[in-house]
Design a binder for this molecule. Structure first.
Ligand code: PBG
Length: 320
């Protein structure tokens, strides 16, 4: 044998020198959950070490993340049931604690990048991402609400809008309305290929945002489909998305790879709550080594082609 691939693996210096995919804390976006009130830090049962924070305790938490090198965060609101209605009107109300929190965080830490979530579900009494009428999720009636929500977040100082609703035409509508309101610098990371996935379970527990009836299959994509992701990507780019997102990540590495090859904008991936919960549960049972398992998972997402990764592992990664 004069070709022995093992020579390139014979020690860690050589292995490190030729490692193709790298992962740094600068690639990671850390999701945080926010609740109205004071002195609140409630652990989310299905997302160990993740909490619903009130803003007073979230500020020092963000500070500790910044000290570890995390610079980009995505913020999700847990809204009280009595504030939810069929059109999600609290989402753009002046009273919305989420908007106040965005303002407070950006005032306190102007150097960080803050991303939002835009969809009706945390605010909707139906638990759907769009307006529901007679069991149907209405597309065009939802768009102006998504726009109002985006403008309210832009006013509060958000850096990146993250439409996660999968309504047709939402990126274009939001872009046009943000621009008309003077927010030409606010970016859009579109949840482009968002699949109707079982892996969002712990997230819906965290926000109590599961659909009250039906499922999300008329707007989120069928897990069996790949070519449809190209249509979504094409539309989002034409409509002005700055970056695209694939969600979930590890069951959809082929989709990340496909979009990376076919699109000239940065690709992000959402390593979702269920992916995090699985590794935690297995590690708790002693069936997997926590650190090496999540490192491998994150690296595989980079190898598939993701530039940025939204992940609940961000803080543990940064600590290491
Ligand atoms: C809601 C939204 C969901 C997630 C992010 N934004 C859930 C859903 O679509 O039901 C899931 C994230 C995760 O599981 O970590 N629009």
């Amino acid at each position: 044998m004069h070709i022995r691939p093992r020579r390139n693996r014979k020690n860690s210096v050589i292995r490190d020198m030729i490692q193709e995919s790298q992962l740094g804390v600068q690639n990671l976006i850390y999701p945080l959950f926010l609740e109205d009130g004071k002195g609140i830090k409630t652990e989310i049962a299905s997302l160990p070490n993740n909490y619903r924070w009130s803003i007073d305790l979230l500020i020092p938490e963000i500070e500790s993340c910044i000290a570890l090198g995390i610079r980009t965060f995505v913020l999700f609101p847990a809204v009280k049931d009595e504030l939810k209605d069929t059109t999600g009107s609290y989402s753009y109300s002046d009273a919305n604690f989420y908007l106040h929190a965005i303002r407070k965080i950006k005032e306190t830490f102007p150097e960080i990048v803050l991303m939002s979530d835009v969809a009706l579900d945390p605010y909707s009494s139906d638990g759907h991402d769009g307006v529901v009428k007679d069991g149907v999720i209405l597309n065009d009636e939802t768009l102006p609400i998504l726009s109002k929500m985006s403008i309210a977040q832009a006013q509060a100082g958000i850096d990146i809008i993250g439409p996660s609703d999968m309504m047709d035409g939402r990126v274009g509508t939001i872009r046009e309305d943000l621009d008309a309101a003077g927010y030409t610098d606010v970016s859009i990371i579109s949840y482009t290929a968002k699949y109707a996935s079982a892996f969002y379970g712990p997230f819906r527990d965290a926000l109590d945002s599961a659909p009250k009836s039906g499922d999300k299959k008329t707007y989120q994509m069928n897990p069996a489909n790949k070519r449809e992701a190209l249509i979504e990507a094409q539309l989002d780019m034409e409509e002005g998305a700055d970056m695209l997102m694939v969600k979930p990540a590890t069951c959809y590495l082929d989709i990340i790879h496909l979009l990376k090859e076919s699109c000239d904008v940065p690709i992000t991936a959402y390593n979702v709550s269920g992916e995090y919960a699985m590794i935690h549960a297995a590690a708790q049972k002693g069936w997997l080594d926590y650190e090496s398992a999540f490192m491998e998972m994150l690296l595989s997402i980079r190898r598939a082609g993701a530039d940025g990764i939204l992940t609940y592992f961000a803080k543990d990664f940064a600590r290491l």
